[in-house]
Design a protein. Structure first.
Length: 278
């Protein structure tokens, strides 16, 4: 009797993971995001119903999200690269500062509560959404230009917030790259490349921190849940390719406005989460 209940519960969770993986992968390709904005809340809910230690549920959701983003972002980047929409120079000039931010964010996530960071992140997302919705296309007059100080500040900031929240970083980096003159398609493709760097170092960081804290979570390595990773990957990689191909068939201004609206929705979701926390 008990085993049948356990089996039915796990079957329910597997179905939830499969259904979540489809939009995660598509949006990963469409917007250059790793899907963490969708993955983390769903994984949090799923892990919560599994009666996992409440202290580590958010850590497990974030760490698992990063592991899922790694292959998804690779597929997204390769697809965008076929459309000449990835500037690998962004990684060379910007990546080191993002990595520093990811290390800082991983430490914050491991040892601090997240309610203040959720509110802070919500405000940032709303501001970035407003910026994109009101931004006029000036890319004909601008050339992509990253000076050292902006690279350092924006890289560390986006890496820190992304690592703490378990997201690939496009929420921060698409608007940042647009600000520096990148066309929306190239901003999305290049942000996906940055997302790979964030997810790789983020996943490693959460594996290490979970092991260091001796979390001993079921079917997990550190703060990365293996079954969730194996279920998500086949679906998200296929859907990421579909999303990345779709973005090049839509008007650039529509993509920009759509992404701005998407950020408003994300901000609202995080605001609701914050109000439930306090």
């Amino acid at each position: 009797m008990i085993s049948s209940i356990i089996s039915s519960e796990y079957f329910y969770f597997i179905i939830l993971m499969i259904l979540t993986a489809f939009p995660v992968g598509f949006f990963a390709g469409l917007f250059g995001i790793g899907g963490g904005l969708i993955t983390v809340p769903f994984l949090f809910f799923i892990f919560d119903t599994l009666n996992i230690d409440q202290i580590y549920i958010m850590h497990l959701a974030v760490g698992t999200s990063f592991s899922i983003i790694i292959p998804t972002s690779i597929v997204s980047v390769l697809t965008h690269k076929k459309h000449n929409s990835v500037d690998l120079g962004v990684i060379k000039k910007y990546g080191i500062f993002v990595i520093i931010g990811v290390i800082v964010g991983t430490l914050i996530a491991a040892f601090l509560e997240t309610n203040t960071l959720v509110l802070f992140f919500t405000i940032i997302v709303y501001c970035l959404g407003a910026y994109l919705l009101n931004l006029k296309d000036k890319t004909n007059k601008l050339k992509p230009n990253f000076n050292l100080l902006p690279r350092m500040l924006f890289g560390i900031l986006s890496g820190t917030i992304s690592a703490t929240m378990g997201i690939g970083g496009a929420v921060m980096n698409v608007p940042i790259l647009r600000y520096f003159g990148y066309p929306i398609n190239k901003a999305i493709g290049s942000a996906a490349a940055v997302g790979f760097v964030i997810s790789l170092f983020g996943a490693v960081g959460f594996v290490i921190s979970g092991s260091f804290l001796s979390a001993n979570l079921p079917l997990s390595i550190g703060f990365v849940n293996i079954p969730a990773f194996l279920i998500f990957i086949p679906i998200t990689t296929i859907m990421a390719r579909l999303g990345a191909n779709t973005v090049h068939k839509i008007d650039k201004q529509k993509i920009q406005r759509f992404f701005g609206i998407f950020l408003y929705i994300v901000g609202t979701v995080f605001l609701i989460r914050y109000l439930n926390i306090i």
